[in-house]
Ligand binder design. Structure first.
Ligand code: FES
Length: 465
C-alpha cells in the first residue's frame, strides 16, 4: 500500500527551476489545474506568459482530487436558490455546464489521453426533493433512483495525465514553466523567490490558498475541509460517480478497474487524530477489497458556496475556493481569468467576483469563521502531547523555541519548529503520512520541516543555535 495519490503513479516530469530574473506580461503562480488552464487560454495571444510552481506541476491539490467533472454537486442548487436566489443558482449551473464543455473540448481537440469517461453522476441521500425540483425547473434531465438522483452527462478523468499533456502544449507554445520555484513575496508588480524575481504586468494567484493577501482575509471567507481517500484495485467499473448529501460524506468513482473512495470529510480544525482518521477509512474500505493507494486532501469551502475568481486589483487576479469541485471550477477559472486579462467579456465574472454582494447567510457564516479561527488557534496551542501520539513523537522547548520531534524507525531524530509561519498556530504530527499539519489553515510540512502546502511560505526546519 502506498501513501500517495493513485494519480501520481508513473508520473514522469522534467522540471526546470527559475535561474534568472524575468519579465513578462502574465505571471501565473501555481501549477495545478487552475494555473495550467489559465496559461492554456493565453497561449498564442502574443503575450509573454510564465508559470511557476513551488513543487511540481499537479503535485498539489490537483493530484489529490477524485477527478470528477460534474455539475451534480451535492445540494448546491438548493443552497444557492435559498440563500442567493434563482438567478444565481441558474447561473452557477450554467457555469458548471460550460466548464464541462471547456475541459472536454480541450481533451478532444488536443487528443489528450487522460482516461476521460462519460459516466452517470449520483447524489445519494434522503433530502433530495428540492435539488431534483430545481434541476428540473432548470431543464436538466434528472433521473430518480432509490434514495438517489442522477444525471448521465458527466465525466471522470485522470487529472495528472491531463496536466502533463497541457504542460507539454504550453511549452511548445513558448510558455515558460518553472517548477521547484517558491514565490515568497509579491510587491506591486514583482514576485520574489529567495534568489530571483519576476516582474509582470498581471499576476495570477492560482495556488489554492492565496498566501500573498492580507493574512486574515481568507480565514474569514471560508475554511478548509480535509478528506481521506483510497484506491481499491480489481473492481468492476460501474461507469458512475457518486456522493452522499447527508453526513458522513462518501464520494466515489471508478478509474479503469479501481474504485476511488473518499470517506469522512471534516473541517481541519476538528478530528485532529490523523491516525484515527485514516484507520476509519481503512476499516470502511477493506470490505471492498485490496487498497493500493491511500492519501488525504484539503479543499477550501467558501461561506457563500461560490468560488472566488477574479480581480483583486488592476494587475492581481485570483482563483480559489472551489468547495471540493476543483476540476470543473479550476477549468472554468482558467477561462474566466484569461478572459479578464484579454479583456474579453465573460458572463460569469460578476458571479464569482472577489468583491460581491453578501447575503445574510454569508454574514452569519463570516461570524462563524471568526469564532472557528479563534478556537483553532487556541486548540492548536493545547494539542501537543495528546494521548494519541506514539512514543516516536515528542514536543519540547529548546531554549525559547517550541519544537516537535519525530523519531524515525532508524532512531533518527527529525526536529522542527512547532509554530506555523503563517499565523503562528501549533502543528499536529500526522503519524500516518509523516507530516506536520497546521490545524488552522492547512499548511503542511514534511518530517524535516520542508513546506509541502501553503499558506505558509516558509519551512519550519529547526536550526540549532
Ligand atoms: Fe495559518 Fe498555519 S496558521 S496555516
Amino acid at each position: 500500500m502506498k501513501k500517495q495519490s493513485i494519480w501520481l503513479e508513473n508520473f514522469k516530469n522534467q522540471t526546470k527551476k527559475l535561474d534568472t530574473n524575468e519579465e513578462c506580461d502574465v505571471l501565473i503562480i501555481g501549477g495545478g489545474i487552475t494555473g495550467l488552464s489559465t496559461a492554456y487560454h493565453l497561449k498564442g495571444k502574443n503575450l509573454k506568459v510564465i508559470l511557476v510552481e513551488r513543487n511540481e506541476i499537479g503535485s498539489g491539490i490537483t493530484s489529490k482530487t477524485t477527478g470528477k467533472i460534474t455539475y451534480l454537486q451535492e445540494l448546491i442548487y438548493s443552497k444557492l436558490y435559498k440563500e442567493k436566489g434563482k438567478e444565481v443558482a441558474k447561473l452557477y449551473l450554467n457555469s458548471q455546464l460550460d466548464a464541462i464543455k471547456i475541459v472536454t473540448n480541450i481533451i478532444k481537440k488536443e487528443k489528450i489521453d487522460c482516461d476521460l469517461e462519460q459516466v452517470k453522476s449520483y447524489v445519494i441521500g434522503n433530502n433530495l426533493e428540492k435539488e431534483k425540483d430545481i434541476l428540473k425547473e432548470f431543464n436538466i434531465k434528472v433521473f430518480e433512483d432509490k434514495n438517489a438522483i442522477f444525471v448521465d452527462d458527466t465525466y471522470v478523468f485522470h487529472p495528472i495525465k491531463y496536466l502533463v499533456k497541457i504542460k507539454e502544449i504550453l511549452e511548445n507554445n513558448n510558455i515558460k514553466i518553472y517548477e521547484h520555484t517558491n514565490i515568497i513575496e509579491i510587491k506591486n508588480d514583482i514576485a520574489y523567490t529567495k534568489e530571483y524575481h519576476i516582474k509582470a504586468k498581471n499576476i495570477v494567484l492560482a495556488c489554492h490558498y492565496p498566501f500573498f493577501l492580507l493574512p486574515l482575509l481568507m480565514p474569514i471567507k471560508g475554511y478548509l475541509e480535509k478528506s481521506y481517500i483510497a484506491s481499491i484495485s480489481n473492481i468492476e467499473n460501474k461507469k458512475l460517480s457518486a456522493i452522499t448529501s447527508n453526513n458522513p460524506t462518501i464520494s466515489l468513482r471508478y478509474h479503469l478497474n479501481n474504485l476511488i473512495y473518499l470517506n469522512g470529510s471534516h473541517a481541519i480544525s476538528n478530528h485532529q487524530n490523523e491516525q484515527k482518521n485514516f484507520d476509519n477509512l481503512i476499516n470502511e474500505i477493506k470490505k471492498y477489497g485490496t487498497f493500493d493507494y491511500i492519501w488525504s486532501n484539503q479543499d477550501i469551502v467558501t461561506n457563500d458556496h461560490l468560488p472566488i475568481i477574479g480581480k483583486i486589483n488592476d494587475s492581481l487576479l485570483i482563483a480559489t475556493g472551489y468547495n471540493t469541485w476543483g476540476m470543473t471550477n479550476g477549468s472554468l477559472a482558467g477561462k474566466i481569468i484569461s478572459d479578464l486579462i484579454l479583456q474579453i467579456d465573460n458572463k460569469y465574472t460578476d458571479l464569482f467576483a472577489v468583491k460581491r454582494d453578501k447575503s445574510l447567510y454569508e454574514i452569519k457564516n463570516i461570524l462563524n469563521e471568526i469564532v472557528r479561527n479563534g478556537k483553532s488557534f487556541t486548540l492548536s496551542k493545547l494539542i501537543n502531547n495528546k494521548k494519541w501520539y506514539s512514543k516516536q513523537v515528542q514536543f519540547k522547548a529548546i531554549k525559547n523555541d517550541k519544537v516537535g520531534i519525530y523519531i524515525d524507525e532508524n532512531n533518527q531524530k527529525h526536529i522542527v519548529y512547532n509554530k506555523c509561519p503563517h499565523l503562528k498556530c501549533g502543528l499536529i504530527f500526522n503519524e500516518f503520512e509523516k507530516t506536520w499539519d497546521c490545524p488552522c489553515h492547512g499548511s503542511r510540512f514534511d518530517m524535516d520541516g520542508n513546506l509541502i502546502l501553503g499558506p505558509s511560505r516558509y519551512n519550519i526546519t529547526y536550526k540549532k543555535q
